[in-house]
Write a protein that binds this ligand. Structure first.
Ligand code: SF4
Length: 203
C-alpha cells in the first residue's frame, strides 16, 4: 500500500519537544469551560474524547451529536455502537483506542462545523494527538478526512488509502452514521479496517 503525501498544513500536529508534551488531563484542564467559539452557547457538555492515552490507533470523527452532547462522551449513540463493533472487528476494544472529534461541542441541529469553530478547537485536538502519539489515525467520514488532510477530495476517493501526517499514518473511511443509512458500504469499511489491522500487526 503506497503512502500518499499531502502538502503540509495548519491541521498537522506540530512536533513538540519532550518537555512540551502535556498529559491528556492537562490538555483537558487547559480547555476548561471553553468559550473559544460560538458553539459553547448551545452545547450541554464538552465532548473531549476518551480512550487509551497511549493508543496506537486513534479514531477522529466530525463532532458530537445529541447523545454525545447529553453524555459528554464521543460516539455513544447508534453510530457509536456501530463504531464499537467496527473496533471489535479487528480484535480491539474501545478502551484500547482513543476516540475524538474534529470539534468538541455539538453544532445546533447537527450542522457541519464552520471554519472559525474548527480553527478555535483544532489546537486542542492537535495537543491530544501530540500526547497520544498514535501510529495511525482512522478519519471517520468526509468532514474528518477533509479537515485532517486539508483537501476537498471526496471520501469515496480518499478512503482506504494511507496518507502521511507528520509521521502519523491517516486512513479515511466512511463515518458509522453514513453506514447506518447505507449498510451496503459496510464491506468497504471492513476492507479498510483489515488494512489497519494488517498495518498494526506488521508495525
Ligand atoms: S467547539 Fe471547541 S473551541 Fe468551540 S467552544 Fe467547544 S471546545 Fe471550545
Amino acid at each position: 500500500m503506497g503512502i500518499v503525501s499531502l502538502p503540509s498544513s495548519e491541521m498537522e500536529p506540530e512536533k513538540p519537544t519532550r518537555s512540551q508534551v502535556l498529559t491528556l488531563e492537562e490538555v483537558r484542564k487547559e480547555l476548561g469551560d471553553c468559550k473559544r467559539c460560538k458553539l459553547h452557547q448551545t452545547r450541554r457538555t464538552i465532548v473531549f474524547g476518551e480512550g487509551n492515552e497511549k493508543a496506537t490507533l486513534m479514531f477522529i470523527g466530525e463532532g458530537p451529536g445529541y447523545d454525545e452532547d447529553v453524555q459528554g462522551r464521543p460516539f455513544v449513540g447508534r453510530a457509536g455502537q456501530l463504531l464499537t463493533k467496527i473496533i471489535q472487528s479487528i480484535n480491539l476494544q474501545r478502551e484500547e483506542v482513543y476516540i475524538a472529534n474534529i470539534i468538541k461541542c455539538r453544532p445546533p441541529q447537527n450542522r457541519n462545523p464552520e471554519p472559525d469553530e474548527i480553527q478555535s478547537c483544532n489546537p486542542f485536538l492537535r495537543k491530544q494527538i501530540q500526547v497520544i502519539q498514535p501510529k495511525i489515525i482512522c478519519a471517520l467520514g468526509t468532514f474528518s478526512a477533509q479537515t485532517l488532510l486539508k483537501t476537498e477530495t471526496k471520501i469515496t476517493t480518499l478512503r482506504g488509502k494511507f496518507y502521511d501526517l507528520e509521521g502519523i499514518k491517516v486512513i479515511p473511511t466512511y463515518h458509522p452514521a453514513f453506514l447506518l443509512r447505507n449498510p451496503d458500504k459496510k464491506r468497504e469499511v471492513w476492507e479498510d479496517m483489515k488494512k489497519i489491522a494488517e498495518w498494526i500487526n506488521n508495525a
